[in-house]
Design a protein around this ligand. Structure first.
Ligand SMILES: NC(=O)c1ccc[n+]([C@@H]2O[C@H](COP(=O)([O-])OP(=O)(O)OC[C@H]3O[C@@H](n4cnc5c(N)ncnc54)[C@H](OP(=O)(O)O)[C@@H]3O)[C@@H](O)[C@H]2O)c1
Length: 231
């Protein structure tokens, strides 16, 4: 059994119950990493294993309103999120989540390495004062399209961000198949997708999710019903 799951079990409480069901995911991740390692030595690697993880209210909202931060997580679900982060090579969010929450996307509530932060940002709206640019050991990888301004690319690269220009999808957003190929090419075998609603909806609609971990608190309503099906 994973040592971090054993530690959580010893501590008891809700995290212990969560930890047990996560073992199945960790087994799948380990199997995929072994297969990806074998493939990397031969032909081109396939796409990363994709875990979707987010919190939603009982009425299916992940935020009260678009572009507003909304606390939906308990201490236990924060612990679980950080445990999950520590088991993935990369962690992906949409640009609106960066603009709204200014997340750090690091592992802080358990031992483990920080995953590579990845942002989907078709037009490069990424702010130069985002906390991701002060990440302790990994600069963000921003996946964009040819709609990005060249001077903005240079400005963000000067701050340490890595920018990849990828094909657009039918809605002029970053093409997800191209994004996953790009990540596989740089050695990402496992990807955790944390949100927000637009990105979660895109991954689900395109059937690119291998495992889903959804946290639903006992109380609290999103009111605005802003969720993956109606971003
Ligand atoms: N409850 C949770 O677990 C959780 C987790 C994270 C975030 N959130 C909340 O979610 C909200 C933000 O969600 P959101 O739906 O507004 O934004 P989002 O999913 O964070 O970002 C969506 C944006 O990403 C860009 N994008 C690029 N390629 C894309 C693609 N293939 N598919 C989808 N999007 C793509 C698009 O902007 P461009 O066209 O400009 O590229 C799109 O508008 C915030 O309120 C945040 O607090 C909740």
């Amino acid at each position: 059994m994973d040592t971090r799951i054993s530690e959580a079990r010893e501590r008891g409480g809700a995290m212990a119950e969560n930890a047990s069901f996560l073992q199945a995911l960790f087994d799948r991740l380990a199997r995929h990493a072994r297969e990806a390692g074998r493939e990397a030595a031969g032909r081109a690697t396939r796409r990363p294993f994709v875990t979707l993880s987010y919190a939603q209210s009982i009425d299916g909202s992940i935020a009260a309103r678009p572009s507003r931060p909304f606390a939906l997580s308990s201490e236990e679900s924060f612990d679980m999120t950080h445990l999950l982060r520590s088991r993935h090579d990369a962690l992906l969010v949409g640009i609106n989540t960066v603009l709204t929450d200014d997340p750090r996307l690091t592992v802080r509530r358990c031992a483990g390495d920080n995953p590579q932060p990845v942002v989907l940002d078709s037009r490069l709206r990424f702010p130069v004062d985002a906390r991701l640019l002060t990440h302790p050991d990994r600069y963000p990888l921003i996946l964009t399209t040819d709609q990005a301004d060249a001077s903005e690319i240079r400005r963000l690269e000067a701050r340490g961000a890595e920018i990849r220009v990828l094909p657009r999808d039918g809605a002029d957003r970053v093409d997800l198949a191209a994004a996953l190929r790009c990540l596989a090419d740089i050695g990402v075998a496992s990807l955790m997708v944390e949100g927000g609603a637009g990105v979660i909806g895109s991954f689900l609609r395109q059937r690119l999710v291998d495992h889903c971990v959804i946290t639903v608190p006992f109380c609290g309503s999103g009111g605005g019903s802003f969720g993956p099906s109606n971003p």
